[in-house]
Design a protein around this ligand. Structure first.
Ligand SMILES: Cc1cc2nc3c(=O)[nH]c(=O)nc-3n(C[C@H](O)[C@H](O)[C@H](O)COP(=O)(O)OP(=O)(O)OC[C@H]3O[C@@H](n4cnc5c(N)ncnc54)[C@H](O)[C@@H]3O)c2cc1C
Length: 596
């Protein structure tokens, strides 16, 4: 049986020592969000994830969801867990107090998100989608829509969805055909079919609030003609109760590779009553609020699964006795040594550990900037934070989910055949991790967003700011005894990233295929450097803590050893990525369709 322990020591280290969570309580509205208070909330969240959600993860995967007469039944234990989840206030943690939220920093939800995904990714999808719907309505809904829907989404009695995808329109939302026709009462009749809708139908909440992309009759073509609508399953009454059943039904559910306890639905909208969110034809703007938050959350899914897979692979490796150490027996009284003596097994586990801790640090570097971006009194500081969040959103989404899938595979390999069978639970993590590379914009699309939109944005201001931050930390560490090697390694990869950036800027003008051909490798290169940047920051902090005689010296020594592993064994992969980028698009575009 697998086990999960929330990595609270690492979380506390990052929040308190590396990212200075204390700065948040100085922001307006966060006065009560002291580090002690945040710690208490997260400790409670960790217990909930370990004791309530993790025990129904494997059983939820085995049982899956069932569609009975158009109603989805979630697996045994999910409804009870959801009732406790809402009763404990987890749906409200970072939501606006004016609508019933607890108003804690977004950072707290970020940390909780990782633990939820480790414990039970399928479960996390239901409140995750509700939070996305809440965010889009909060930023673009009218006061009337907000007062009608937000309190119910926040207290969790109603759930939310995002309905973008149609059979013929996945990545290319410009070709959706769902229609919205204005009606005399100021509402709209929505007609069309959406596919792959997560949490589209389920028994956890009394109502479901669908956010639906559709086109008005006078809509211009492409994404410029898309509008956003709220389409509730049950129409709310004036007093906020449940009124008539709306014209939206679940036609079928998908049978899929992973996240089997998460309902992925075909939704048929048949003259369903909808209400416009924001302005006509400006739906993508509102939907992007939801999508940007969701992209970061999906990145945390990759990290969460990688963490739980690591914990279980490590515990197995310590117990499994096979073969002898190459340098002589380490367990001479036993029949064999533990597989942890073998360099190859160690290398796999250390790779996951180094990536997990570095990716967590990077995710939090983004999370804390979201709160700064929203609340800081100084506009320049807000802008600075916003720039890094915007630049890093596709990196966090794609890098963390690519590494999440790779890492769960490495974890499976650690168990040999026992990883491939169901008993130890690792194969579920591999299956569950795969979707995160696909939804919320495939990772190829994230890479195109990075190189095509984020790099040129504001005349390159975002990427220049990121480079300044990395350079500042590299230069500082180069002067510190014991950190020079790390600074040198990161400096070399950083140089490769700068070189790739220049190359794309030069070649992209002449031939856009050059950018398209390089995008995925470029995102990976930036991901390795961004994680390396965080490892340099952690090494700097831990070195200082050791110099000050910190009581938990072994923790900080392990951080420095892990940093050394990252800089010597993982980061050098940037050289190969640069070589691939430099090779250009010619070898890719040379093929005619019938030559493949
Ligand atoms: C389990 C699950 C849950 C989902 N949940 C939701 C949900 O809640 N709401 C929702 O609206 N959707 C949801 N989706 C849909 C998901 O977001 C889409 O599957 C995804 O956006 C990709 O669209 P597609 O599957 O049509 O692939 P396509 O768009 O057909 O892409 C196929 C391949 O071509 C590549 N490609 C396409 N266009 C380009 C391009 N311009 N440049 C480079 N490469 C390109 C893609 O990267 C991909 O590899 C879900 C899907 C699944 C499987």
């Amino acid at each position: 049986m697998p086990a999960y322990h929330a990595p609270l020591d690492d979380i506390r280290y990052l929040l308190n020592d590396v990212h200075d969570i204390g700065q948040l309580s100085a922001l307006p509205g966060f006065e009560d969000a002291t580090p002690e208070m945040i710690d208490e909330v997260l400790a409670g969240g960790a217990t909930f994830c370990e004791d309530v959600l993790f025990p129904i993860n494997q059983s939820g995967d085995a049982e899956g969801i069932a569609l009975v007469n158009g109603e989805v039944k979630t697996p045994t234990g999910f409804k009870d867990a959801y009732t406790r989840y809402t009763a404990d206030g987890w749906t409200a943690i970072s939501a606006e107090p004016a609508y019933g939220g607890t108003g804690l920093p977004e950072m707290v939800r970020f940390v909780m998100e990782e633990m939820l995904c480790s414990a039970n990714l399928s479960f996390s999808m239901y409140p995750g989608l509700s939070h996305g719907a809440y965010s889009a309505l909060m930023s673009h809904g009218s006061d009337e829509l907000k007062s009608r829907y937000l309190p119910k989404l926040i207290d969790g009695t109603w759930g939310g969805t995002m309905c973008l995808t149609e059979a013929q329109a996945g990545t290319d939302l410009g070709i959706i055909t769902t229609k919205a026709v204005p009606t005399a009462d100021g509402a709209y009749d929505i007609t069309g079919t959406k596919i792959f809708i997560s949490a589209g139908e389920h028994d956890l909440t009394e109502n479901i609030v669908h956010l639906v992309l559709a086109k008005l009759p006078d809509a211009p073509g492409g994404t410029k003609g898309i509008s956003l609508f709220v389409v509730p399953k049950f129409l709310p009454t004036e007093s906020g109760g449940l009124g008539a059943r709306n014209g939206v039904t679940c036609g079928s559910v998908e049978h899929k590779m992973g996240i089997k306890a998460s309902a992925t639905c075909v939704l048929n909208f048949d003259n369903a009553k909808g209400f416009l969110v924001g302005e006509p034809h400006k739906g993508m703007r509102a939907m992007f609020v939801m999508m940007n938050g969701a992209r970061l959350a999906v990145g945390l899914q990759g990290l969460g699964l990688s963490e739980v897979a690591y914990q279980n692979a490590l515990s197995y490796a310590k117990d499994r006795l096979q073969g002898r150490s190459l340098t002589g027996p380490k367990n001479p009284s036993g029949p064999a040594d533990s597989i942890l003596v073998h360099p190859d097994v160690r290398k796999g586990l250390l790779r996951i550990k180094a990536l997990n801790e570095g990716m967590r640090a990077l995710a939090y570097a983004v999370g804390i900037r979201i709160d700064i971006e929203h609340r800081h009194p100084d506009a320049a500081v807000r802008q600075d934070a916003e720039d890094i969040v915007a630049l890093m959103t596709p990196v966090v989404k794609a890098f963390l989910t690519d590494k999440g899938f790779e890492n769960t595979n490495v974890a499976l390999q650690t168990l040999g055949g026992h990883g491939y069978i169901k008993e130890y639970g690792i194969e579920q993590y591999v299956r569950d991790a795969r979707i995160a590379q696909i939804y919320e914009g495939t990772n190829a699309v994230q890479a195109l967003d990075l190189v095509g939109r984020k790099l040129p944005m504001e005349g390159g201001r975002l990427v220049r700011r990121f480079f300044e931050l990395v350079k500042g930390d590299v230069d500082a560490a180069a002067q510190v005894d014991g950190l020079e090697d790390f600074a040198k390694a990161l400096g070399a990869s950083f140089y490769q990233l700068q070189k790739a950036t220049m190359l794309l800027a030069e070649k992209g003008f002449a031939n856009p295929d050059e950018v398209g051909a390089a995008a995925t490798e470029y995102l990976q290169l930036m991901g390795y450097v961004a994680v390396g940047w965080q490892w340099l920051r952690m090494a700097t902090v831990s070195r200082q803590k050791l110099a000050e005689g910190a009581a938990n010296a072994r923790f900080h020594e392990a951080k420095l050893k892990t940093a050394r592993f990252y800089f010597s064994r993982v980061l050098p992969e940037t050289a190969t990525l640069l070589t691939a980028i430099q090779s250009g698009s010619a070898s890719i575009m040379a093929f005619a369709a019938d030559e493949f």
